[in-house]
Design a protein around this ligand. Structure first.
Ligand code: SF4
Ligand code: SF4
Length: 129
């Protein structure tokens, strides 16, 4: 499950993520991080479901972070898409590909929600969710 963690200025400097990893013994993967002086957002991949996922989420919340479960990142409007392929090569994780008919395939599991494909699409067929 992907989780978005939102840091405030108060908890930015704290080793929250490493604490949660050591307490849960889970190999949590950072997919994307945007940090400024005052706030921060991190997209992480947590290899857990059910009670274990709840435990992870609770630990982050107890540390003062806002936690959001991310089930979908982008949506491609198939009616608008002209199969130009402009979104394929900019995707850093190859979450968007084209099949033999030039139709766009999207792999939600790979997507890190960076939004690069949104800007790359000339007909605005992709939007962030
Ligand atoms: S949001 Fe980023 S990772 Fe996801 S499909 Fe678009 S370019 Fe790829
Ligand atoms: S860039 Fe837009 S129009 Fe081109 S293939 Fe991707 S979604 Fe379709």
């Amino acid at each position: 499950m992907k989780l978005k963690l939102i840091y405030s200025r108060e908890n930015l400097g704290k080793p929250v993520l490493s604490d949660v990893i050591s307490k849960t013994n889970l190999p949590i993967n950072i997919l994307e991080a945007k940090i400024t002086l005052n706030t921060g957002e991190m997209l992480i991949d947590v290899p857990a479901v059910g009670e274990k996922l709840k435990e992870v989420s609770n630990l982050f919340q107890k540390a003062g972070l806002v936690v959001k479960e991310i089930t979908r990142t982008i949506e491609i409007d198939r009616e608008k898409c002209i199969s130009c392929g402009a979104c394929v090569s900019p995707c850093p994780v190859r979450a968007i590909t084209q099949d033999l008919n030039w139709d766009v395939d999207f792999d939600e599991q790979k997507c890190v929600g960076c939004g690069i494909c949104v800007d790359a699409c000339p007909v605005r067929a992709i939007r962030m969710l």
